[in-house]
Design a protein around this ligand. Structure first.
Ligand code: NAP
Length: 251
């Protein structure tokens, strides 16, 4: 049995990878041997810095700016990754935004933009990649859901709906692609220390830690290591799952 996770020869695309969890995932995949395309919406300098870190690990990196909710931009991005890095074997749908409010006060535009980035974005990137992976009979897709998609959260109905939708999309795509050797899984992080959660008041962070059986907030590497496992050959019999990385918060 080989225990070391080795992605040598893989080409990965990580969306929303200029910072936070996406950045850690891009670096984790590169550390395991993959060449990695780094996508983001606006912050090109941040993506270039991630690519420099990937190159320092001895792998190839590529900045691919695109809005994941725009079909034309997504299709062009996937074509460019394949033209410059080679056949895409790992896709991580990580890009995300929050526009929190209680439903009674929520602007429909904030509902739509959260669904568009998370759910439509995951659909569009998965569709473009799946068409290539299906033909090659190999590849894997990993989607970022959330503990909030499994349990709901007051003040985050748009985000929870998008993240729950991603679980349904993941299971459906796993059934559609399984016979062609393409695996599709999701990860449901709990509260992870990133710019998204650093914006929370200290009191809220304390409440979250108290509610978490392992009594801490997670790190971006906790999530990245789970992605590397799901992307690795060692996960060859794993598809359609939503793996919680949440310190037990979702129990
Ligand atoms: P983050 O720090 O806010 O980073 C999100 C990234 O997504 C940013 O780099 C952002 O780019 C990019 N992005 C936003 N809209 C985009 C679009 N339309 N197209 C392409 N890229 C776009 O978030 P994070 O905390 O690392 O979270 C990463 C993922 O994990 C998200 O899906 C989030 O929902 C999920 N998650 C996070 C936590 C947590 O505790 N942090 C928990 C559960 C799940 P710009 O800066 O250029 O806009």
């Amino acid at each position: 049995m080989t225990v070391e996770l080795d992605l040598t020869g893989s080409v990965a695309l990580v969306t929303g990878a200029g910072r936070g969890i996406g950045r850690a995932i891009a670096l984790g995949l590169a550390a395991a041997g993959a060449d990695v395309a780094v996508n983001d919406f606006a912050d090109e300098a941040a993506c270039a810095a991630v690519v420099a870190d990937i190159e320092a690990l001895g792998r190839k990196g590529l900045v691919v700016m695109a809005d994941v909710s725009d079909e034309e931009q997504v299709n062009a991005m996937v074509e460019r990754v394949e033209a410059e890095l080679g056949p895409l074997s790992v896709v991580v749908n990580n890009a995300g935004i929050t526009r929190d409010n209680v439903v009674m006060m929520m602007d429909p535009a904030d509902f739509d933009s959260v669904i568009a980035t998370h759910l439509r974005g995951t659909f569009l990137v998965s569709k473009a990649a799946a068409r290539k992976m299906f033909r090659r009979r190999s590849g894997c897709i990993i989607n970022l859901s959330s503990v909030v998609g499994r349990r709901g959260n007051a003040g985050q109905a748009n985000y929870a709906a998008a993240k729950a939708g991603i679980i349904g999309l993941t299971k459906s795509l796993a059934k559609e692609l399984g016979a062609r050797g393409v695996r599709v899984n999701a990860i449901a992080p709990g509260y992870i220390d990133t710019p998204m959660t650093q914006a929370l008041p200290e009191e809220t962070r304390k409440l979250i830690v108290d509610a978490t059986p392992l009594k801490s907030i997670g790190t971006t590497d906790d999530v990245a290591l789970a992605v590397v496992f799901l992307a690795s050959p060692q996960a060859r019999f794993v598809t359609g799952v939503t793996l919680p990385i949440d310190g037990g918060l979702g129990i």
